[in-house]
Write a protein that binds this ligand. Structure first.
Ligand SMILES: [Fe+2]
Length: 195
């Protein structure tokens, strides 16, 4: 981590930052319980623990006033009819936002609030997505041929809360239907008042 100002590059063809501090990898085994099709999840895992997504982070102090930033890369693939995706999270400090800038690929950001409001925004090269405070978020790669690559930036004190998503997933799933992506209800999701 540098003390003073710095700059770095994110370029084709692989978009790996020219400098970074952490390289985080998430494999199929890290997504236990996240996919609706548990049978296909187990079958694929028996064949091998595929790499689903990666994050390259620039390390900054995790305090208000700093901005954490880096690159996320979601690889192509599916479990059952559900596309490869990130775990998804709320920020521990709910009142913190995030910005995503898509560099490559096609996908969706699936979002929801603790009250059960939901939103799904499409991601394509050049698109900027603003995730407001209080919205949980998960990125999904719907292109079977290429990585979904995004630059992200969020407040240093935000933190990650995965637990509430892990229990029942998001309200909406992104699945392949007749060869294209569709947003459907998650049958495991329950409204806040019934949990
Ligand atoms: Fe986030």
């Amino acid at each position: 981590m540098k003390d003073g100002p710095y700059s770095f590059e994110i370029k084709k063809p692989n978009y790996i930052p020219s400098q970074y501090d952490n390289h985080i990898t998430r494999h199929l085994s890290n997504m236990a319980g996240q996919y609706l099709d548990q049978d296909d999840f187990e079958n694929q895992l028996a064949e091998g623990d595929n790499l689903l997504y990666e994050v390259y982070e620039l390390k900054r102090p995790e305090v208000a006033g700093e901005i954490l930033h880096g690159i996320s890369i979601v690889h192509p693939g599916k479990v059952g009819q559900e596309y490869y995706m990130t775990k998804g999270h709320y920020h521990t400090v709910l009142a913190t936002a995030e910005i995503y800038y898509t560099l490559q690929g096609q996908g969706y950001m699936v979002m929801e609030t603790p009250e059960g409001d939901w939103s799904v925004e499409s991601l394509s090269p050049g698109s900027v997505l603003y995730v407001p405070p209080r919205w949980a978020h998960r990125s999904v790669n719907i292109d079977p041929t290429q990585d979904l690559v995004m630059f992200f930036a969020y407040p240093g004190d935000a933190g990650h809360n995965y637990a509430s998503i892990e229990t029942q997933g998001f309200r909406k799933l992104v699945v392949e239907v007749d060869g294209s992506a569709a947003v459907v209800d998650n049958p495991r999701w329950a409204p806040p008042e019934s949990r």
